[in-house]
Write a protein that binds this ligand. Structure first.
Ligand code: NAP
Length: 271
């Protein structure tokens, strides 16, 4: 969609860029000429992200980082700056999630998801802003949210609350940091199965059934999120900030004419 070389000379850091949607986003930035940093905890994940970006002909480095740890984030930004140059685009994609009824959710499970999704997004964003402001450079952030941020998420109270926090943060930071030349947007993906999902989840999914449940008649393809992210962060969206772009084939807006019988979430979760 975007002209070749749109990101020539730019450095893009993708948290959780070694798997699934983060990897697909990293690849689309690489395809458009960006130097890409893939930041996450697992060396295997990072190596997969680096290989995928290099396969489309761009420079890529993997950098170890836990998004819950501000000191580790600062060290990772230092390393990326040394190897690729200052970060111009930050994609806050790292997340964790698991289905559970709110009544059964442990304090540790709750804290882990809040800390990775919400704290991690804030800490990484603050680090980017601090460095960009010190250089007097413009920068762009895109946060990967979820439509549960708007609807709530029965069976995923922790993730839905954290993503709602990410959407709120996106709007706040867009206003606070616009005078610094930093745009902050979010993408809310719908259903995007991918090969890096745990085997148990992949085995439990049937793509034709999932497709039939979507208004668009199909699930999302990971590169479509990469297209959305590369557009939002590009000069072609230079006046867009504080926006949440839903990429879900219309699914979050669906309503049946006559609603189906209600089933409590505890009846729907695997036992
Ligand atoms: P995924 O494959 O599980 O990727 C999550 C990534 O986050 C992993 O690469 C993981 O890498 C990284 N990560 C987890 N904890 C981390 C931490 N503490 N520090 C640094 N990195 C960490 O998930 P996905 O399906 O691609 O989802 C990507 C994004 O899209 C997430 O924000 C998710 O909420 C959102 N989303 C996905 C869907 C979907 O259908 N797939 C739908 C809606 C929203 P390490 O293990 O190496 O740290």
């Amino acid at each position: 969609m975007l002209p070749a070389g749109t990101y020539e000379g730019a450095t893009v850091l993708v948290t959780g860029g070694g798997t699934g949607l983060g990897k697909a986003i990293a690849v689309e930035f690489g395809r458009l000429g960006a130097s890409v940093a893939v930041a996450s905890r697992s060396p295997e994940h990072r190596a997969a992200g680096v290989a995928a970006v290099e396969a489309v002909g761009s420079r890529c480095v993997g950098v170890g980082m836990d998004v819950r740890d501000p000191a580790a984030i600062a060290a990772a930004f230092d390393l990326v700056e040394d190897q690729l140059g200052p970060v111009d685009v930050l994609v806050n994609n790292a997340a964790a999630n698991f289905p559970v009824a709110a009544a059964d959710l442990s304090p540790n499970g709750w804290r882990a998801v809040e800390q990775i999704v919400l704290d991690g997004t804030f800490f990484c964003s603050q680090e980017l802003r601090r460095r960009a402001a010190a250089r007097g450079s413009e920068a762009v952030i895109v946060n990967i949210a979820a439509t549960q941020a708007m609807t709530g998420g029965p069976g995923m109270a922790h993730s839905a609350a954290a993503k709602a926090g990410v959407v709120s943060l996106t709007k706040t930071l867009a206003v606070e940091w616009a005078p610094d030349g930093i745009r902050v947007n979010a993408i809310a993906p719908g259903l995007f199965p991918h090969d890096d999902m745990p085997a148990a989840i992949r085995a439990a999914r049937d793509e034709s059934v999932d497709a039939a449940r979507q208004p668009a008649g199909r699930v999302g393809q990971p590169h479509e999120l990469g297209w959305a992210a590369t557009w939002l962060c590009s000069p072609y969206a230079s006046f867009v900030t504080g926006h949440v772009l839903v990429v879900d084939g219309g699914n979050w807006l669906r309503r049946d004419f006559a609603m189906p019988p209600f089933r409590p979430i505890t009846d729907q979760l695997p036992r």
